[in-house]
Write a protein that binds this ligand. Structure first.
Ligand code: 5GP
Length: 193
């Protein structure tokens, strides 16, 4: 097991409804030394890629992306969840269905912070059905920028997002891929990488 898999095995809590709770170290209380190690690992995995910007989505992606950006030495932009708005002129807009809340949000990024010269690394905490990533990809495409890769902390490999994103041809680097989890026993199985 790698460092993140070990931490998930130790502190992750399996909930009903295919939800893995990692709020003691990843998305509520944040273990910054762990984030630093994640950033270092992504930097290694995207060594050959020329990245000019990291893009993530509020809220849980921001901390991880910010620490990762110390390794890439590039700015972080996060997509903001917006109320129904009409700012198409100044903003890139995409629609994202929330896995955890089952609601639809528009997410927006100001056109000031992403353009056709950018080579983007997309970072997020979880990959489940892939809705969040599809929204972020749509925003990068609207900007005419290039996606150099996608870095995910925890991919739930038994849900369809990972396969869908790889089939689209993106370089997807998930630091931990959970292939199964049992709410009754709390057991978590990781994919060999
Ligand atoms: P997707 O859009 O791929 O279906 O889901 C990704 C988003 O949903 C992530 O940004 C994350 O916030 C949330 N999410 C999905 N699955 C889980 C999970 O098992 N645990 C937690 N804590 N968040 C999740």
């Amino acid at each position: 097991m790698n460092f993140l898999e070990k931490r998930i095995a130790r502190d992750g809590i399996v909930k009903e409804g295919n939800v893995l709770k990692v709020d003691s170290f990843l998305n509520h209380q944040m273990d910054i030394a762990l984030f630093d190690e994640m950033g270092r690992e992504w930097k290694k995995r995207f060594e050959g890629n020329k990245i000019t910007k990291i893009l993530t989505i509020e809220a849980s992606g921001i901390g991880i992306a910010a620490v990762a950006a110390m390794h890439f030495k590039v700015p972080v932009v996060f997509a903001k969840k917006a109320k129904s708005i009409n700012l198409e002129g100044e903003m890139y807009v995409a629609e994202v269905e929330s896995f955890t809340h089952k609601t639809k949000n528009q997410v927006i990024v100001s056109k000031k912070f992403l353009d056709q010269d950018d080579r983007v690394l997309v970072i997020d905490d979880f990959l489940a059905n892939g809705c969040a990533l599809q929204g972020l990809i749509q925003i990068v495409q609207s900007a005419g920028a290039a996606i150099e890769g996608i870095g995910i902390a925890v991919e739930k490999g038994f849900q369809p997002g990972g396969r869908m994103i790889r089939n689209l041809g993106y370089k997807l680097e998930s630091l931990a891929i959970v292939d199964g989890m049992d709410p009754a026993t709390g057991e978590i199985t990781f994919r060999e990488q």
